[in-house]
Design a protein around this ligand. Structure first.
Ligand code: ADP
Length: 503
């Protein structure tokens, strides 16, 4: 292990809107803690900056306390004080910024979905940079994530570098190009960015709407731009880029796709305290016990122990292929399996639609829809299920298919984005046999999904020995952050070396 401060140990700061398990909405949260821990293990000094949300899980922070400093940051022509809290989360040092601003930006009982999200996160990005600037630390890499903290890249190079705070290099990771943070150009001024300088085609002006686009700004202004899988990195260079394809092509030399890992401490069936019984690939009895217990808990039929259980854990948004998820429920019933969905939707008509389906199956002892967010229950469902469906329309990386495999649940996924980089069809003879780990389909329609499900059910029902070997193989695949963190380490080191050479 190299200690921070020695030649190869870097000082890396992540600025993000989420971190598991204190403030989690989706995969971004898992990445911040998983990548952070992996980099720390490799000997780097890693720190995280988050907003101090009222709704975050304070009990997941060790030694949470207010620092005896006040950081003032710029917003809409004035300076506002920020309380700075510190603590450790999963062994990582975290700074939480609590703005003393009358709009109570992070005191809204939810993470996202407020009318002033653009301002809330513009404020946070500015305050986070201000905290780093005032701390006078010598940081090597500032890593920002998604549109919420994409402001950091132009702010750093346009506002802070001139103040002599310029030793760091900026890495921006886009976890989903669907969310770009577009707004009327003048809104950019709130955090002190110069609209006249930035509202230009080659800087932050959106490629089609004439608004400004924060993700575009981060693509232009960062030293390194990444996204979360190699296939998605290709897809976003064309239609998947949602209008940013030309910007990505223009900056393709600094753009790379790195597949996310999963946090193999959090997601470990042999130590997982959320499970009824822990188990591993050499002892699948425990897995069966979790299945039996979940069936009982959810009032599902348990007459036939080998009736396959299909799981799905997801945000219910169009990206995730909600129409195909609905189809999978009916198809599972038709094939004689059981289905458990754990999902919630920020979109009210989708939430209502699934409430309707849940009611429809209320008295059916093979189908259960749980329309909520429940981390503990998610662990149990991964452990209890035999198969796991992810029929996404697009999927930047996707973590649930990897978690499912680690828990011995065989994934059935649409071949897109990170799913294409992590799930390889069991029947595809063009792929080396040892890599084949699940079932995939290409066309985003019911027929294609049905075909993949039928093939999976066939193996499960007719070739239990083959199935068991597949389950064991999936559980042994290395989905840890180790190799992906090495790729980040490598691009960080190269950016830092270029910076040093330039200085
Ligand atoms: P996204 O970031 O698009 O939501 P990912 O697959 O990258 O999708 O990450 C999803 C993460 O959120 C996984 O850790 C998954 O277990 C978790 N998750 C999604 N929905 C729920 C839910 N309803 N309850 C608990 N955990 C959930």
């Amino acid at each position: 292990i190299t200690l921070p401060g020695t030649s190869s140990g870097l000082h890396i700061v992540h600025i993000a809107a989420e971190m598991a398990p204190v403030a989690k909405v989706g995969g971004l949260a898992d990445v911040i803690s998983g990548l952070g821990k992996a980099l720390q293990k490799k000997g780097h000094l890693v720190e995280i900056i988050l907003p101090k949300y009222d709704c975050m899980q304070n009990d997941q922070v060790n030694n949470l306390k207010v620092l005896d400093v006040v950081v003032q940051s710029y917003f809409e022509g004035n300076l506002f004080k920020n309380k700075i809290w510190t603590g450790t989360v999963e062994g990582l040092p975290v700074y939480f910024i609590e703005p003393q601003h009358p709009a109570k930006f992070f005191w809204r009982a939810q993470y996202y979905g407020e009318h002033d999200d653009f301002k809330r996160f513009a404020y946070f990005s500015r305050a986070a940079l201000e905290l780093l600037y005032q701390s006078q630390k010598k940081i090597d890499i500032i890593h920002c994530h998604d549109w919420q903290t994409a402001f950091v890249a132009p702010l750093y190079w346009e506002a802070y570098a001139n103040l002599g705070f310029n030793s760091a290099r900026i890495c921006f990771t886009c976890h989903n190009f669907e969310y770009q943070g577009a707004a009327p150009a003048q809104d950019l001024a709130c955090c002190g960015l110069d609209v006249a300088q930035l509202d230009r085609e080659d800087r932050m002006r959106d490629n089609s709407h004439g608004r400004i686009n924060v993700v575009k700004g981060a693509i232009v202004y960062s030293n390194i731009v990444t996204t979360v899988s190699p296939t998605y990195a290709l897809e976003v260079r064309s239609e998947g880029g949602r209008g940013l394809q030309d910007s990505l092509k223009l900056h393709s030399r600094k753009f790379v796709g790195i597949l996310n890992g999963i946090d193999t401490d959090t997601w470990n069936p042999s130590t997982d305290r959320h499970l009824k019984v822990q188990y591993n690939a050499n002892d699948l009895q425990g897995k069966a016990a979790n299945k039996a217990a979940l069936r009982k808990q959810l009032n599902l039929s348990s007459t036939n122990a080998s009736q396959p259980l299909v799981g799905c854990i997801t945000r219910l948004v169009p990206q995730k292929g909600v129409h195909l998820i609905r189809h999978a429920i009916y198809k599972t019933a038709e094939l004689g399996g059981q289905f458990v969905l754990l999902g919630s939707s920020p979109v009210s008509h989708i939430q209502r639609e699934f409430e309707g389906i849940a009611d429809h199956f209320q008295n059916n002892n093979n189908i259960r829809l749980l329309l909520k967010y429940d981390d503990s229950l998610s662990h149990w469902i991964y452990a209890a299920s035999d198969m796991f469906i992810v029929p996404s329309m697009f999927e930047p990386c996707g973590l649930t298919q990897m978690i499912a495999m680690r828990y011995g649940s065989v994934p059935i996924v649409r071949k897109t984005g990170g799913l294409n980089d992590s799930v390889f069809d069991f029947d595809d003879e063009t792929i080396p046999k040892e890599l084949r780990n699940g079932f995939t389909f290409v066309h985003p329609d019911e027929k294609a999904l049905s075909g993949a499900m039928e093939r999976a059910f066939n193996y499960y029902n007719r070739k239990p020995e083959v199935w068991k070997q597949l389950v064991e193989k999936d559980m042994r695949i290395d989905f840890s952050w180790s190799s992906s963190a090495s790729q980040y380490e490598d691009i960080y080191q190269r950016a830092v070396a270029r910076a040093r050479a330039a200085a």
